[in-house]
Structure formats: C-alpha cells, structure tokens
Design a protein around this ligand. Sequence first.
Ligand code: UD1
Length: 432
Amino acid sequence: MVVAEASQESLKQRLNVSGGHALKGTLRVSGAKNSALVLMTASLLSEETIELTNIPSLTDIDGMSAILEALGVQVSQGADRIRLTAAELNGSAPPYELVNSLRASFFSIGPLLGRLGHARVPLPGGCRIGARPVVEHIRGLKALGAVVNVEHGIVTASVPGSKKRLTGAQIVLDCPSVGATETILMAAVLADGVSTIENAAQEPEVQDLANLLNSMGAQVSGAGGPVITVQGVERLRGCSNYPVIPDRIEAGTFLMAAAITRSPLVVEPVIPEHLSAVIQKLRDCGCSIEIKGRAVTITPGEITAVDITTQPFPGFPTDLQAPFMALMCTAKGTSVISEKIYENRLQHVAELQRMGASIRLEGSTAIVEGVAQLSAAPVTGTDLRAAAAMVLAGLSAKGITEVAGLKHLDRGYDDLEAKLSAAGAEVKRNIP
Ligand code: UD1
C-alpha cells in the first residue's frame, strides 16, 4: 500500500533541470540496485538472519521488502542496512500486485523452491522495454528436478518425492540471462549433488550473489565466468554485515553527467573492472579518465562521436545505452548506437528529439548526429534509464527541462537530485 501510494505521488512530480551549470567535486555511488534486490531474495534460503549493508534507498527496495514480508520474512531496515529473517515462512506465493511491479521478485521462485520444495509465483509480465521471457529460469528449475506448470499467469513449481529436495544437474543456458542464472543458482545451492550452469551470465551482480551465498555456507565457484559450479549443501546459515557492491550503472550515469556538462568530476566508490567497457568508450569519445583505487576522476575534453553496441557483461551495458545516447546527442559527429538486448529500448529517442536532438532510427539502431546545443522541453522518462538520460540531457540543454516519469527514476536512483545538486547542478523536484 505504502509502495503504491509512493508511486502515485511520484506520477505527479517533475524534476526541473536547469541546464548549463558545470558540475564539480565528488559524486558518491550507492549500493547496486540489481544486486541488493537479488541478495534480499537470498534471505529466503536460510532460517537465520542475513544482514546486508550499503543498501540504496529506492522504491524497488521497498517493494522487495513488502514482497518478502508477505512471505513471512521479518524485515528491519536502518539507514543503509537491512536485516532479513526468514525463520518461518508463511507462504510460498508472493502476491501478484507486488510481483507485477517488480520483475526481480520473480527470481524468488529459486530460493522458495530450494528451501520449501514448492513455490507459486506470478509471471512478471511484459514491460515497456521488451518482452522479457522467463523460459530459461523455468528450464533450469526443471533440469534440477522440479515439476513446473504455467497456468493463468502463475508459475507453479514443486519438487516431487518425500524429501522435497532438488537434484544437482548440468544446465546449459540458451542465452546468458542474469535473472535465470541467479534463479537457478539460488535453487541449486540447497540441491542434492553438484550443478553446473554453463553459458551463465557474467555480470558483477551474479558474482555478488555467489559471494553472499558462500558467506552463508554455500559452495559456489566460477561465478563471474561462463561456468558456475555449485556443490549443494543441506542448509545455509545467516551472515552479518555483507556489503552490496557499488552500483556500476549509477556510477556510469554520473561519469556521463560529467561528460555531458564537460565538467571534471570524481565518482566513487567504483569497482573499475565493472565499468571497463564504459570507461573505454568515454576515453574513446574524448574524456581523460584516471583510476585510483575505488575513485574514478573524469576530465572531459572535446566530445566526439563513438559507436556503441549493447552486449551482456563484459560488453557495454544496455542499462547505460540511453544515458550514453544523451551524451552522443551533444558530440561532434555521428554515432551509431545499436541496442541488442531489448527490442523496445529506444523510446527515449522521441523524447531526446523533443529537445532538438538529431536522431534517425533504423530498427534497433539509432544514428545520432550531434548538435551544438540541446534545448529544454517538457519530456518523459519512459523507463528507469530513459529517465536518467532525460536528466542528463537537461543538464546540458539551454533552459529548464521538465522531466516527468519520476516513478521510474525513483525505482533505481538514490536521491539523484540531491547528489547532483551537491555537485553544482540546479535540479529541483516539483511536488504539486
Ligand atoms: C537484468 C537487470 C536489468 C538489465 C538486464 C540485462 C536485474 C533486476 N535486472 O534483468 O537491469 O537490463 O539484466 O543486463 O538484475 N532472455 C530470454 N529468455 C529468458 C530470459 C532472458 O530470451 O528466459 C533474454 C531477454 O529477452 C533479454 C536478455 O535475455 O533479451 C537479457 O535478459 P536478462 O539477462 O534475463 O535480464 P534480467 O535478468 O531480467
């Protein structure tokens, strides 16, 4: 209820971004949304308390807390930490309204099945950026011995036999899906025997999950590479003070904010290897980037056009395609931006065009010809990362850009306007 009310509120809100102000100083990166969400679902695997730190303050985190509470998990949240105790689960069926608004909550099917031997989870449904199937998640659970049926929009999974325990298996994914890898990994840690996940997603968030599971007593190796091996164990214990990795997508957005405003800036904490492809492209387009430990200093020069193609990690992330396109709208020359992960993730093109950008669409490729200056306009962030792209475009545009679609932005950026304002931007939330 609280979550629904919050998003109703943010439906009416706008960010007024006054363009042309240089940024300076340091932008601090919060914990990774996509890691935190899946680590929270891992709490379902143990009767003992898991305590996570570096938790970002986001509506998606509130949504996941609500889902876990509905399943019987005790949740207590501090400033940037969360304690989750799944001592006694009172259900294996998270409610539709909550799952529908938060795709990552579907991944709870893995730990529920591993812990209880049964789960009933609504299909997450389509979303604006593409169809987003869960075929691979289901195929993996079946390989581990579950009987899975999809009927009337609900996925029902159960482990036959009296022991209710999944059995280790070799699983070769058709595509390296992040969610499928995480779902199968969480199911396999409590299975009987050894499992391998081949063609696994190599994203840092998968590695973060494996590290948490190992600190709970699981035996997972190879995460971060294409083959993950899991030796099943009978039970997992709790853990305390597990820090979520820094959000590489938020960090990349900040680096692009520096580049689009042509401002030198420090972004930290960052795990630089998580952003290699992005840092390379920023260097290619004219930014000097210096890395010292977990601090990245960016000094933009003249920005020239470069091409990008989105790919699974370690390639250029789809979640930074829209922010990078905003930057390319202000570059010298023509860049070709190809979206290879989601079939419908170019809706921000029309919004950027409203700001004077020169972009031609050819299927899932955008050909962006840089313009001397963008001009402010009322625009809408059509999804989370598109909303961030609109804010970036607004930072460099002439005039005041009014960005709608904040319910998306608030899902994944921890107090973006406060962080940008502290670095010298003029960004104000207009609450009617
Ligand atoms: C995760 C991230 C999301 C990011 C995406 C890709 C979370 C909570 N979200 O989403 O921010 O944009 O990774 O980096 O971590 N696919 C199939 N069949 C399947 C599953 C996926 O074909 O069964 C395809 C999808 O259609 C898509 C691609 O695989 O084209 C990547 O999807 P996936 O890695 O599953 O994304 P998510 O885990 O949902």
